[in-house]
Ligand binder design. Structure first.
Ligand SMILES: Cc1cc2nc3c(=O)[nH]c(=O)nc-3n(C[C@H](O)[C@H](O)[C@H](O)COP(=O)(O)O)c2cc1C
Length: 258
């Protein structure tokens, strides 16, 4: 199996999405030492934005492209080949202003291309994704709580957008692990996770009191557990034990199936 990890936090250190992705990749490599893994770090090395020439090249049949057009699309081609190579996508995506980081948007603009990752049939007005046969796991921290299903969930244009986007290019099996409430101290965050699904909304910044769907609640709890285990100041063995239980579950979700 081949995994592509895409990181988009602008923080090279202290980043929750990077840390939890790292833990996940460690578990992945432990169980499958011979699996391939690549990382594309768009947070640290953002891809170029599309230009006028890029756009013209994109809509020009490959055999008719000028050398300049080929050069304009070169980065995009590398990113698309890398995406198509992978069976599994691991995306580290912090919420930035209710959406994805702009560096990740630049990446998306490079990989979503007609006749490369989707097709369009004008007579039937049908779009078809070409990046099929993959699963995606999205680890998405945020300062507040914008988890879908909670009070402020309608302001989440981050993982909801990514779901639609990945669906569009043919990736339908998507697991989202939200890691919300980074502005809330760890003891309060840990205490409130017990309440998920049991309490009605109380006030605007008391997050997660509204019931989540079962699926969201499971990945939400998993994210909370991962985060608290990773942040715990335990000795290495206890920390590893706590982390590995959550990781194993996540790992099963991600690695099973075709
Ligand atoms: C430019 C910017 C915009 C942000 N916008 C939001 C936001 O809209 N909602 C939110 O809950 N957190 C927001 N945050 C906070 C981050 O989502 C949060 O700190 C997260 O943990 C960052 O991910 P990282 O730890 O992997 O770097 C923002 C952070 C930055 C730098």
């Amino acid at each position: 199996m081949k995994m592509l990890e895409v990181q988009s936090s602008v923080r090279p250190s202290g980043s929750i999405s990077r840390q939890l992705s790292y833990e996940f990749v460690q578990a992945w490599q432990k169980y499958h030492p011979h699996n391939d893994w690549k990382i594309r770090d768009v947070g640290i090395n953002p891809p170029p934005h599309p230009t006028a020439l890029w756009t013209q090249a994109n809509y020009t049949p490959p055999e008719m492209r000028s050398p300049e057009m080929i050069t304009a699309l070169a980065d995009s081609e590398v990113l698309i080949e890398e995406l198509l190579w992978a069976d599994r996508l691991l995306l580290g995506v912090p919420m930035y202003n209710f959406s994805v980081p702009s560096t990740l948007k630049a990446y998306i603009d490079n990989i979503v291309r007609i006749n490369r990752t989707f097709t369009f049939e004008p007579t039937t007005y049908r779009f078809t994704g070409l990046a099929t046969g993959k699963k995606a796991l999205i680890i998405t921290p945020s300062a507040g709580n914008f988890v879908v299903g909670t009070q402020l969930g309608t302001m989440n244009f981050c993982d909801t957008y990514l779901r639609s986007l990945l669906n569009f290019i043919g990736i339908e099996d998507i697991t989202v692990v939200p890691i919300p409430d980074q502005f809330i101290s760890t003891p309060i965050r840990v205490a409130q996770r017990v309440r998920i699904g049991k309490y009605p909304d109380k006030s605007s910044f008391q997050p997660c009191y509204s019931p989540l769907s079962n699926a969201s609640a499971i990945t939400y709890l998993l994210g909370q557990r991962l985060h608290s285990a990773a942040a715990d100041n335990l000795n290495d063995r206890r920390r590893d034990f706590k982390l590995s239980a959550a990781m194993r579950l996540l790992y099963c979700v991600f690695s099973c199936g075709s």
